[in-house]
Design a protein around this ligand. Structure first.
Ligand SMILES: *Cc1c(COP(=O)(O)O)cnc(C)c1O
Length: 455
Protein backbone atom coordinates (compact mmCIF):
# COMPACT_ATOMS: atom_id res chain seq x y z
CA UNK A 1 0.00 0.00 0.00
CA UNK A 2 1.79 3.13 1.19
CA UNK A 3 5.11 1.46 1.89
CA UNK A 4 8.31 2.26 0.02
CA UNK A 5 8.70 4.56 -2.91
CA UNK A 6 5.89 4.81 -5.44
CA UNK A 7 8.45 6.28 -7.83
CA UNK A 8 11.15 3.65 -7.56
CA UNK A 9 11.06 2.91 -11.26
CA UNK A 10 12.18 6.45 -12.00
CA UNK A 11 15.34 5.85 -10.00
CA UNK A 12 16.88 8.97 -11.46
CA UNK A 13 14.17 11.01 -9.84
CA UNK A 14 14.24 9.44 -6.40
CA UNK A 15 12.76 12.04 -4.12
CA UNK A 16 12.07 10.75 -0.61
CA UNK A 17 9.87 13.77 0.20
CA UNK A 18 7.18 12.17 -2.00
CA UNK A 19 7.16 8.92 -0.02
CA UNK A 20 5.10 8.22 3.06
CA UNK A 21 7.77 5.96 4.55
CA UNK A 22 11.57 5.80 4.59
CA UNK A 23 13.00 4.29 1.42
CA UNK A 24 14.36 1.21 3.22
CA UNK A 25 10.97 0.23 4.66
CA UNK A 26 10.29 -3.50 4.36
CA UNK A 27 7.63 -5.79 5.71
CA UNK A 28 8.39 -9.30 6.89
CA UNK A 29 5.47 -11.69 7.41
CA UNK A 30 6.77 -12.71 10.84
CA UNK A 31 8.92 -9.82 12.03
CA UNK A 32 6.67 -6.99 10.92
CA UNK A 33 7.99 -3.67 9.70
CA UNK A 34 11.70 -3.05 9.28
CA UNK A 35 13.49 0.20 8.54
CA UNK A 36 17.20 0.43 7.77
CA UNK A 37 17.30 -3.34 8.19
CA UNK A 38 16.17 -3.07 11.84
CA UNK A 39 12.99 -4.68 13.17
CA UNK A 40 10.92 -1.90 14.68
CA UNK A 41 9.46 -3.94 17.53
CA UNK A 42 13.04 -4.88 18.48
CA UNK A 43 14.11 -1.25 18.53
CA UNK A 44 11.15 -0.42 20.74
CA UNK A 45 12.12 -3.14 23.23
CA UNK A 46 15.80 -2.30 23.18
CA UNK A 47 15.60 1.49 23.42
CA UNK A 48 12.12 1.85 24.95
CA UNK A 49 9.45 4.21 23.65
CA UNK A 50 8.71 6.84 22.50
CA UNK A 51 11.67 6.50 20.17
CA UNK A 52 12.73 8.61 17.21
CA UNK A 53 14.21 6.41 14.47
CA UNK A 54 16.20 8.03 11.67
CA UNK A 55 16.91 6.12 8.47
CA UNK A 56 20.36 7.04 7.21
CA UNK A 57 19.71 5.84 3.65
CA UNK A 58 16.66 8.09 3.25
CA UNK A 59 18.52 11.04 4.66
CA UNK A 60 21.48 10.56 2.35
CA UNK A 61 19.21 9.93 -0.65
CA UNK A 62 17.48 13.26 0.04
CA UNK A 63 20.81 15.08 0.28
CA UNK A 64 22.01 13.48 -2.94
CA UNK A 65 18.80 14.37 -4.74
CA UNK A 66 19.44 18.06 -3.98
CA UNK A 67 23.11 17.91 -4.96
CA UNK A 68 22.39 16.01 -8.15
CA UNK A 69 19.57 18.32 -9.22
CA UNK A 70 21.65 21.45 -8.58
CA UNK A 71 24.51 20.04 -10.64
CA UNK A 72 22.16 19.01 -13.41
CA UNK A 73 20.03 22.14 -13.68
CA UNK A 74 22.20 25.05 -12.59
CA UNK A 75 25.06 25.94 -14.91
CA UNK A 76 27.18 27.59 -12.22
CA UNK A 77 28.28 26.93 -8.65
CA UNK A 78 25.78 25.86 -6.02
CA UNK A 79 25.63 24.83 -2.38
CA UNK A 80 22.73 23.23 -0.56
CA UNK A 81 22.65 24.02 3.14
CA UNK A 82 20.56 22.24 5.75
CA UNK A 83 18.14 24.32 7.83
CA UNK A 84 19.16 22.66 11.05
CA UNK A 85 16.18 23.94 13.01
CA UNK A 86 14.29 21.02 11.43
CA UNK A 87 16.33 18.59 13.54
CA UNK A 88 19.57 19.65 15.13
CA UNK A 89 22.10 17.20 16.57
CA UNK A 90 25.76 16.34 16.33
CA UNK A 91 24.93 13.21 14.33
CA UNK A 92 22.86 15.10 11.76
CA UNK A 93 25.50 17.83 11.50
CA UNK A 94 28.11 15.19 10.82
CA UNK A 95 25.94 13.49 8.21
CA UNK A 96 25.27 16.77 6.44
CA UNK A 97 28.96 17.58 6.50
CA UNK A 98 29.78 14.24 4.93
CA UNK A 99 27.24 14.91 2.17
CA UNK A 100 28.94 18.22 1.38
CA UNK A 101 26.16 20.38 2.78
CA UNK A 102 26.42 23.64 4.66
CA UNK A 103 24.16 24.44 7.62
CA UNK A 104 21.95 27.29 8.68
CA UNK A 105 21.40 27.95 12.36
CA UNK A 106 19.18 30.33 14.32
CA UNK A 107 20.56 30.29 17.84
CA UNK A 108 23.68 29.88 19.92
CA UNK A 109 22.66 26.28 20.64
CA UNK A 110 22.25 25.37 16.98
CA UNK A 111 25.46 27.21 16.11
CA UNK A 112 27.38 25.35 18.79
CA UNK A 113 25.96 22.05 17.50
CA UNK A 114 27.12 22.92 13.97
CA UNK A 115 30.62 23.93 15.10
CA UNK A 116 31.07 20.96 17.45
CA UNK A 117 29.72 18.69 14.73
CA UNK A 118 32.78 19.71 12.74
CA UNK A 119 31.43 22.17 10.20
CA UNK A 120 33.77 25.04 9.36
CA UNK A 121 32.37 28.54 9.86
CA UNK A 122 32.50 29.24 6.13
CA UNK A 123 29.79 26.65 5.66
CA UNK A 124 27.47 28.06 8.35
CA UNK A 125 24.89 30.88 8.11
CA UNK A 126 23.31 32.49 11.19
CA UNK A 127 19.67 33.50 10.86
CA UNK A 128 17.25 35.09 13.29
CA UNK A 129 15.02 38.13 13.64
CA UNK A 130 16.34 39.00 17.10
CA UNK A 131 19.88 37.73 17.42
CA UNK A 132 21.56 38.13 20.76
CA UNK A 133 24.95 39.68 21.21
CA UNK A 134 26.31 36.26 22.27
CA UNK A 135 24.99 34.68 19.06
CA UNK A 136 26.51 37.40 16.90
CA UNK A 137 29.82 37.23 18.73
CA UNK A 138 30.08 33.46 18.38
CA UNK A 139 29.25 33.76 14.69
CA UNK A 140 31.75 36.55 14.05
CA UNK A 141 34.54 34.79 15.95
CA UNK A 142 34.07 31.66 13.84
CA UNK A 143 33.80 33.32 10.42
CA UNK A 144 30.14 32.37 10.22
CA UNK A 145 28.11 34.45 7.76
CA UNK A 146 25.47 36.52 9.50
CA UNK A 147 22.19 36.79 7.63
CA UNK A 148 21.24 40.31 8.64
CA UNK A 149 17.54 40.57 9.23
CA UNK A 150 17.11 44.14 10.46
CA UNK A 151 18.84 47.31 11.59
CA UNK A 152 19.28 45.89 15.09
CA UNK A 153 21.63 43.22 13.67
CA UNK A 154 23.71 45.86 11.92
CA UNK A 155 23.94 48.07 15.01
CA UNK A 156 24.98 45.14 17.26
CA UNK A 157 27.51 43.84 14.77
CA UNK A 158 29.08 47.26 14.30
CA UNK A 159 29.84 47.22 18.03
CA UNK A 160 31.19 43.66 17.98
CA UNK A 161 33.69 43.92 15.13
CA UNK A 162 36.89 45.41 16.61
CA UNK A 163 38.38 48.37 14.75
CA UNK A 164 40.91 47.02 12.31
CA UNK A 165 39.42 43.54 12.75
CA UNK A 166 38.38 41.23 9.96
CA UNK A 167 35.12 42.49 8.44
CA UNK A 168 31.99 40.50 9.30
CA UNK A 169 30.61 38.39 6.46
CA UNK A 170 27.02 39.37 5.75
CA UNK A 171 24.10 38.10 3.77
CA UNK A 172 21.05 40.36 3.54
CA UNK A 173 17.58 38.99 4.14
CA UNK A 174 14.55 40.73 2.72
CA UNK A 175 10.83 40.04 2.57
CA UNK A 176 10.06 39.22 -1.05
CA UNK A 177 6.31 39.89 -0.90
CA UNK A 178 5.31 36.52 -2.29
CA UNK A 179 2.14 34.83 -1.13
CA UNK A 180 1.90 31.08 -0.97
CA UNK A 181 -0.62 28.63 0.34
CA UNK A 182 0.61 27.16 3.56
CA UNK A 183 -0.26 27.47 7.23
CA UNK A 184 -0.21 31.07 8.43
CA UNK A 185 2.34 30.34 11.18
CA UNK A 186 4.91 29.07 8.71
CA UNK A 187 4.49 31.68 5.98
CA UNK A 188 7.34 34.12 5.93
CA UNK A 189 7.53 35.62 2.48
CA UNK A 190 4.52 37.98 2.44
CA UNK A 191 5.18 41.59 3.36
CA UNK A 192 3.54 41.38 6.78
CA UNK A 193 6.28 39.16 8.19
CA UNK A 194 8.63 39.69 11.10
CA UNK A 195 11.54 38.38 9.02
CA UNK A 196 13.88 40.41 6.87
CA UNK A 197 14.11 43.96 5.55
CA UNK A 198 11.13 45.49 3.83
CA UNK A 199 11.87 45.88 0.10
CA UNK A 200 11.31 49.64 0.37
CA UNK A 201 14.21 49.95 2.83
CA UNK A 202 16.69 47.88 0.86
CA UNK A 203 18.33 50.67 -1.11
CA UNK A 204 19.16 52.66 1.99
CA UNK A 205 20.47 49.59 3.82
CA UNK A 206 22.62 48.59 0.87
CA UNK A 207 24.20 52.08 0.84
CA UNK A 208 24.68 51.94 4.61
CA UNK A 209 26.53 48.61 4.45
CA UNK A 210 28.58 49.84 1.51
CA UNK A 211 29.75 52.78 3.61
CA UNK A 212 30.72 50.67 6.61
CA UNK A 213 34.26 49.42 6.90
CA UNK A 214 33.46 46.58 9.29
CA UNK A 215 31.25 44.52 6.99
CA UNK A 216 31.36 42.79 3.64
CA UNK A 217 28.07 41.90 2.00
CA UNK A 218 28.35 38.99 -0.38
CA UNK A 219 24.91 37.47 -0.50
CA UNK A 220 21.19 38.04 -0.45
CA UNK A 221 18.54 35.84 1.06
CA UNK A 222 14.81 35.29 1.07
CA UNK A 223 12.64 32.43 2.32
CA UNK A 224 8.95 32.26 1.50
CA UNK A 225 7.63 29.65 3.89
CA UNK A 226 7.39 25.96 4.62
CA UNK A 227 5.51 22.85 3.48
CA UNK A 228 4.87 24.45 0.07
CA UNK A 229 3.46 22.30 -2.74
CA UNK A 230 3.38 24.94 -5.47
CA UNK A 231 6.33 25.74 -7.69
CA UNK A 232 5.16 29.15 -8.92
CA UNK A 233 6.12 31.06 -5.75
CA UNK A 234 9.68 29.83 -6.10
CA UNK A 235 9.77 30.74 -9.77
CA UNK A 236 8.65 34.27 -8.85
CA UNK A 237 11.07 34.43 -5.95
CA UNK A 238 14.11 33.89 -8.16
CA UNK A 239 13.02 36.84 -10.31
CA UNK A 240 12.47 39.13 -7.33
CA UNK A 241 15.89 38.17 -5.96
CA UNK A 242 17.62 39.10 -9.16
CA UNK A 243 16.10 42.60 -8.90
CA UNK A 244 17.76 42.97 -5.51
CA UNK A 245 20.96 41.37 -6.82
CA UNK A 246 21.05 43.99 -9.57
CA UNK A 247 20.43 46.84 -7.16
CA UNK A 248 23.19 45.62 -4.83
CA UNK A 249 25.70 45.25 -7.65
CA UNK A 250 24.77 48.73 -8.90
CA UNK A 251 25.58 50.14 -5.46
CA UNK A 252 28.98 48.47 -5.61
CA UNK A 253 28.56 45.29 -3.60
CA UNK A 254 30.14 42.10 -4.80
CA UNK A 255 27.26 39.65 -4.50
CA UNK A 256 28.42 36.07 -4.90
CA UNK A 257 25.60 34.12 -3.28
CA UNK A 258 21.85 34.06 -3.79
CA UNK A 259 20.08 32.04 -1.13
CA UNK A 260 16.50 31.15 -2.06
CA UNK A 261 15.63 29.56 1.29
CA UNK A 262 13.85 26.25 1.71
CA UNK A 263 10.19 25.37 1.84
CA UNK A 264 9.61 22.32 -0.34
CA UNK A 265 6.81 20.25 1.16
CA UNK A 266 6.68 16.56 1.95
CA UNK A 267 4.00 13.87 1.87
CA UNK A 268 2.53 13.33 5.35
CA UNK A 269 -0.67 11.66 4.18
CA UNK A 270 -1.68 9.91 0.98
CA UNK A 271 -3.48 12.98 -0.38
CA UNK A 272 -0.40 15.22 -0.14
CA UNK A 273 1.33 15.59 -3.47
CA UNK A 274 4.52 17.63 -3.20
CA UNK A 275 6.77 18.24 -6.20
CA UNK A 276 9.98 16.23 -6.38
CA UNK A 277 13.28 17.70 -5.23
CA UNK A 278 14.38 17.62 -8.85
CA UNK A 279 11.48 19.71 -10.13
CA UNK A 280 11.81 22.19 -7.25
CA UNK A 281 15.48 22.74 -8.01
CA UNK A 282 14.81 22.84 -11.76
CA UNK A 283 12.19 25.57 -11.29
CA UNK A 284 14.51 27.76 -9.26
CA UNK A 285 17.61 27.10 -11.34
CA UNK A 286 15.82 27.90 -14.58
CA UNK A 287 14.13 31.01 -13.29
CA UNK A 288 17.32 32.33 -11.71
CA UNK A 289 19.42 31.63 -14.80
CA UNK A 290 16.92 33.33 -17.06
CA UNK A 291 16.49 36.38 -14.82
CA UNK A 292 20.27 36.81 -14.57
CA UNK A 293 20.65 36.62 -18.34
CA UNK A 294 17.91 39.20 -18.83
CA UNK A 295 19.53 41.51 -16.28
CA UNK A 296 22.94 40.90 -17.85
CA UNK A 297 24.38 39.66 -14.57
CA UNK A 298 26.79 36.83 -13.88
CA UNK A 299 25.29 33.72 -12.38
CA UNK A 300 25.78 33.81 -8.60
CA UNK A 301 26.41 30.75 -6.47
CA UNK A 302 22.95 29.30 -5.89
CA UNK A 303 22.33 28.40 -2.27
CA UNK A 304 19.16 26.70 -1.13
CA UNK A 305 18.39 25.75 2.46
CA UNK A 306 15.89 22.93 2.75
CA UNK A 307 14.98 21.58 6.18
CA UNK A 308 11.80 19.51 6.17
CA UNK A 309 12.27 17.94 2.74
CA UNK A 310 15.73 16.71 3.75
CA UNK A 311 14.92 15.02 7.02
CA UNK A 312 11.17 14.56 7.57
CA UNK A 313 10.65 11.34 5.64
CA UNK A 314 13.77 9.73 7.11
CA UNK A 315 12.26 9.83 10.59
CA UNK A 316 9.57 7.74 12.26
CA UNK A 317 8.46 7.69 15.88
CA UNK A 318 7.68 4.50 17.77
CA UNK A 319 5.15 4.57 20.61
CA UNK A 320 3.56 1.88 22.73
CA UNK A 321 -0.21 1.78 22.97
CA UNK A 322 -1.61 1.82 26.49
CA UNK A 323 -5.07 2.58 27.76
CA UNK A 324 -8.29 2.49 25.80
CA UNK A 325 -11.52 4.40 26.31
CA UNK A 326 -14.55 3.57 24.22
CA UNK A 327 -17.44 6.00 24.17
CA UNK A 328 -20.25 4.01 22.53
CA UNK A 329 -21.51 5.57 19.33
CA UNK A 330 -18.94 8.32 19.55
CA UNK A 331 -15.28 7.41 19.57
CA UNK A 332 -12.57 5.09 20.84
CA UNK A 333 -9.47 6.64 22.29
CA UNK A 334 -6.22 4.69 22.26
CA UNK A 335 -3.48 6.38 24.25
CA UNK A 336 0.22 6.34 23.52
CA UNK A 337 3.19 6.85 25.84
CA UNK A 338 4.09 10.21 24.27
CA UNK A 339 2.26 12.92 22.38
CA UNK A 340 2.43 16.69 22.13
CA UNK A 341 5.75 16.90 24.00
CA UNK A 342 7.58 14.82 21.38
CA UNK A 343 5.41 15.92 18.44
CA UNK A 344 3.79 19.33 18.89
CA UNK A 345 2.81 19.66 15.23
CA UNK A 346 -0.78 18.35 15.44
CA UNK A 347 -1.71 20.68 18.30
CA UNK A 348 0.21 23.61 16.76
CA UNK A 349 -0.60 23.30 13.07
CA UNK A 350 -3.43 20.71 12.99
CA UNK A 351 -0.97 18.49 11.12
CA UNK A 352 -1.99 15.08 9.83
CA UNK A 353 0.11 11.94 9.93
CA UNK A 354 0.17 8.38 8.65
CA UNK A 355 0.75 5.45 10.99
CA UNK A 356 0.61 1.68 11.31
CA UNK A 357 1.15 -1.10 13.82
CA UNK A 358 4.77 -2.31 13.73
CA UNK A 359 3.94 -6.03 13.91
CA UNK A 360 1.11 -6.00 11.33
CA UNK A 361 1.72 -2.98 9.08
CA UNK A 362 -0.51 -4.42 6.37
CA UNK A 363 -3.25 -5.65 8.71
CA UNK A 364 -6.85 -4.93 7.75
CA UNK A 365 -7.78 -1.53 9.08
CA UNK A 366 -11.21 -2.30 10.39
CA UNK A 367 -11.39 -0.05 13.43
CA UNK A 368 -11.68 3.68 13.67
CA UNK A 369 -9.84 5.10 16.63
CA UNK A 370 -8.37 8.35 17.87
CA UNK A 371 -4.77 8.11 18.99
CA UNK A 372 -4.32 10.38 22.00
CA UNK A 373 -1.17 11.51 23.75
CA UNK A 374 -0.64 11.20 27.50
CA UNK A 375 -0.50 14.93 28.29
CA UNK A 376 -3.04 16.89 30.28
CA UNK A 377 -4.61 18.61 27.29
CA UNK A 378 -7.70 17.44 25.47
CA UNK A 379 -6.08 18.72 22.30
CA UNK A 380 -3.20 16.28 22.70
CA UNK A 381 -4.36 14.09 19.84
CA UNK A 382 -1.88 12.64 17.37
CA UNK A 383 -4.27 11.01 14.90
CA UNK A 384 -7.98 11.73 14.82
CA UNK A 385 -10.48 9.17 13.49
CA UNK A 386 -7.78 6.92 12.25
CA UNK A 387 -8.36 3.49 10.69
CA UNK A 388 -6.20 0.81 12.26
CA UNK A 389 -6.23 -3.00 12.66
CA UNK A 390 -7.41 -4.42 15.97
CA UNK A 391 -4.82 -3.19 18.46
CA UNK A 392 -3.94 -4.15 22.00
CA UNK A 393 -2.15 -2.50 24.85
CA UNK A 394 1.60 -2.98 24.34
CA UNK A 395 1.48 -2.89 20.54
CA UNK A 396 4.04 -0.63 18.89
CA UNK A 397 2.62 2.21 16.81
CA UNK A 398 4.79 3.62 14.02
CA UNK A 399 4.14 7.24 13.04
CA UNK A 400 5.78 8.29 9.78
CA UNK A 401 7.43 11.49 8.56
CA UNK A 402 8.44 12.70 11.99
CA UNK A 403 12.07 13.48 11.15
CA UNK A 404 11.52 17.24 10.89
CA UNK A 405 10.17 19.66 13.51
CA UNK A 406 9.45 16.91 16.05
CA UNK A 407 12.60 16.34 18.08
CA UNK A 408 13.62 19.95 17.52
CA UNK A 409 10.25 21.30 18.70
CA UNK A 410 9.87 18.86 21.59
CA UNK A 411 9.25 20.05 25.13
CA UNK A 412 9.11 18.73 28.65
CA UNK A 413 5.45 19.59 29.11
CA UNK A 414 4.09 17.70 32.11
CA UNK A 415 7.74 17.07 32.99
CA UNK A 416 7.91 14.23 30.54
CA UNK A 417 11.47 13.38 29.50
CA UNK A 418 12.35 13.73 25.82
CA UNK A 419 12.69 10.52 23.77
CA UNK A 420 15.92 8.95 22.58
CA UNK A 421 16.84 8.88 18.88
CA UNK A 422 18.59 6.13 16.97
CA UNK A 423 20.15 6.19 13.53
CA UNK A 424 19.53 2.97 11.59
CA UNK A 425 21.43 1.64 8.62
CA UNK A 426 21.82 -1.85 7.19
CA UNK A 427 20.67 -3.63 10.31
CA UNK A 428 22.67 -1.49 12.69
CA UNK A 429 21.16 0.96 15.16
CA UNK A 430 23.23 3.67 16.82
CA UNK A 431 22.01 5.89 19.60
CA UNK A 432 22.34 9.54 18.53
CA UNK A 433 20.29 11.19 21.27
CA UNK A 434 20.09 9.76 24.79
CA UNK A 435 16.71 9.51 26.48
CA UNK A 436 16.18 12.10 29.18
CA UNK A 437 15.47 10.79 32.65
CA UNK A 438 13.01 12.36 35.07
CA UNK A 439 15.97 13.34 37.30
CA UNK A 440 17.45 15.30 34.39
CA UNK A 441 14.42 17.53 34.47
CA UNK A 442 15.21 18.61 38.02
CA UNK A 443 18.73 19.67 37.07
CA UNK A 444 17.93 23.36 36.75
CA UNK A 445 15.51 23.67 39.65
CA UNK A 446 16.66 25.78 42.54
CA UNK A 447 14.93 25.59 45.88
CA UNK A 448 15.63 28.77 47.85
CA UNK A 449 16.82 28.13 51.41
CA UNK A 450 13.88 30.00 52.94
CA UNK A 451 11.38 27.66 51.29
CA UNK A 452 12.87 24.57 52.85
CA UNK A 453 10.65 23.62 55.75
CA UNK A 454 12.40 22.50 58.86
CA UNK A 455 11.17 19.79 61.20
C1 LIG B 1 12.74 27.18 8.31
C2 LIG B 1 13.63 27.79 7.34
C3 LIG B 1 14.14 27.05 6.28
C4 LIG B 1 13.75 25.62 6.02
O1 LIG B 1 12.42 25.50 5.72
P1 LIG B 1 11.81 24.08 5.30
O2 LIG B 1 10.42 24.37 4.99
O3 LIG B 1 11.97 23.18 6.47
O4 LIG B 1 12.59 23.60 4.13
C5 LIG B 1 15.04 27.66 5.44
N1 LIG B 1 15.41 28.94 5.62
C6 LIG B 1 14.94 29.68 6.63
C7 LIG B 1 15.40 31.08 6.79
C8 LIG B 1 14.03 29.15 7.52
O5 LIG B 1 13.55 29.91 8.50
Amino acid sequence: MFIGSPYESECDLISPNRNLTPITTEVDEKLGMMIGGCILTDLASRYSTPLYVIDEATLRASCRAYKKALKKHYPSESLPIYASKANSSLALTSLMKSEGFGLDVVSEGELLTALRGGLPGERIWLHGNNKSEAELRLAYNNQVTVVVDNQHDLDRLAEIVPSGGKPARLMLRFTPGIECHTHEYIRTGHLDSKFGFDPDDLKEVLFQIKDSSWAVLNGIHAHIGSQIFELDPHRDLAKVMVDVYKMAMGIGHCIEDINVGGGLGIRYVESDDPPSIDSWVLTIAKSLTQACHEADLQLPRLICEPGRSLVATSGVTLYRLGSRKSIPGLRTYLSIDGGMSDNPRPITYQSLYTACLAHIPNGTRDQNVTIAGKHCESGDVLLKDFAIPKASSGDVLVVFSTGAYNSSMSSNYNRIPRPAAVLVNQGQADLVLRRERPEDLLKYDVLPERLIEVG
